[in-house]
Ligand binder design. Structure first.
Ligand code: S3P
Length: 450
């Protein structure tokens, strides 16, 4: 595990008015889904790849290989040779979902309707996260046979069987649960209706529609008709845009260091953009260029005129905002340190169930760098100021990629040395994070020690 040390140098190498240009890693949510849907097709699916794959994506890829799917990794693309709904093989051992909640939950739906038994396991962090609320829905409403361990977590034993149609009301807005149920129903050739309290990200629905599956989407509900197979040409190309949740860290870096930044080809799916809308409302000049659509997903360049930011205003996040910006909350908490006055994030108790308890983890780390922050049962209250200078500190990432990345961004403005042990955890979603952060012309030096 490498340690990252971020040291203030007092001078910036570049002019802040020039615009740095970066590309963030490909969207992790979309990547998991296309690998799985490609495996479920009966075609050869070519997926474009840019740079190193994140470890979460590799986890899903390896799980599919374990299930008998042939996947070729070439320099600029991955080729998945679809096996159809019933072409998966019983794995010879438990499938390790590593740190990836999306892998575990999406596979739970897929495996619930296979004709064999399988077991899902995960690392220490994933093994603490809730699996029972999804397993209960699949069991009680679709007729699945899934057994979680006593505290409702991994390991999970799945005895695959044919499932039946259902109309499901989700207790919380969750794209992972919604997608898992869609996959379970799809694999069992059955119709399904799912409603959520508010709309979560809709990549699965968009991807299914782009592959010819009859999915009707209303704001907070999805209706999928029974389908025998995915009818798409072979070979079929899928282009994955940059990850807007990774982009969020660089946007905050650009705002607080007042530098200009262009993030190329980033996903602009409206269900992921609440964070950026909020920033615009707080006075950040942020706009999009070269907007296009590929495989049903919007993407384009995101431009932030950080050098024009003055008097950053505080913000209030309410329950209904949370599903569309929950992964960006650690970055938002850092931004709040530099906004004049009190920012409040409420209705975010789901954050306690992520790779770490992100409410506790952010409160702890904001305090470590001298920030004023109070823990709420369902969020955070942060009192910031436009001229806030974080102090040097040793960060605790809680082995959570988004906590490590958020605190590295805050460190760009620090008056002292900021050290992040276990910093390679960022490769869960963003293997080149520190190289990219180093290309922002801030007055800090980023060094890695093994
Ligand atoms: C994800 C959905 C979100 C998000 C997670 C990825 C997905 O979780 O926090 O990082 O790819 O479906 P929820 O299922 O809680 O919405």
């Amino acid at each position: 595990m490498s340690t990252i040390v971020i040291t203030p140098t007092g001078s910036s190498l570049h002019s802040k008015e020039t615009c740095s240009e970066i590309s963030v890693p490909q969207d992790k949510s979309i990547f998991h889904r296309i690998l799985i849907l490609a495996a479920l097709s009966e075609s050869q699916i070519f997926i474009n790849t840019i740079g190193k794959l994140s470890s979460d994506v590799l986890t899903t890829l390896n799980a599919l290989v374990q299930l008998g799917v042939k996947i070729d990794r070439l320099e600029k693309e991955i080729i998945v040779y679809g096996v159809g709904k019933k072409g998966f093989k019983k794995p010879s051992e438990a499938i390790d979902c590593g740190n990836s909640g999306t892998t575990a939950r999406l596979l739970m739906g897929l495996l619930a309707s296979q004709s064999f038994e399988s077991i899902l396991i995960g690392d220490a962090s994933l093994s603490k996260r809730p699996m029972a609320r999804l397993a209960t829905i699949l069991n009680q409403q679709l007729g699945a046979d899934i057994l979680c361990s006593d505290n409702g977590t991994l390991p999970v034993k799945i005895r695959g069987k044919a499932l039946h149609e259902a109309s499901v009301i989700l207790p919380v807005a969750s794209a992972q649960m919604k997608s898992s149920i869609l996959l379970a129903a799809y694999c069992s050739n059955t119709a399904i209706e799912i409603s959520e309290p508010s709309a979560s990200r809709n990549h699965t629905e968009k991807m299914m529609i782009s592959m010819g599956i009859d999915v009707q989407v209303n704001t907070t509900s999805v209706l999928m008709k029974a389908h025998r197979s995915i009818q798409i040409p072979s070979p079929y190309w899928y282009q994955i845009p940059g990850d807007v949740s990774s982009a969020a860290f660089f946007v905050v870096a650009s705002v607080i260091t007042k530098t200009n930044l262009r993030i190329k080809n980033v996903g602009l799916n409206p269900t992921r953009l609440r964070f950026f809308e909020l920033l615009s409302d707080s006075g950040v000049p942020l706009f999009y260029e070269n907007v296009a659509i590929a495989n049903g997903e919007l993407y384009g360049d995101m431009i932030i005129d950080g050098s024009k930011v003055s008097d950053l205003k505080p913000f209030v996040i309410e329950t209904e905002d949370v599903p569309n910006l929950q992964d960006e909350i650690p970055a938002l908490a850092v931004l709040a340190l530099f906004a004049e006055g009190k920012s409040v994030i409420r209705g975010a108790s789901e954050l306690r169930l992520k790779e770490s308890d992100r409410i506790k983890a952010m409160i702890d780390n904001l305090h470590r760098i001298g920030g004023r922050a109070t823990e709420l049962p369902d969020g955070l209250e942060i009192t910031g100021s436009n001229d806030f200078i974080p102090s040097g500190a040793i960060i605790n990432s809680y082995y959570d990629h988004r906590i490590a990345m958020a605190m590295a961004v805050a460190a760009l403005k620090s008056s002292g040395v900021v050290t992040i042990p276990d910093a390679s955890v960022v490769s869960i979603s963003s293997p080149t994070f520190f190289e990219l952060l180093g290309s922002i012309p801030a007055a800090s030096m980023i060094s890695i020690t093994e």
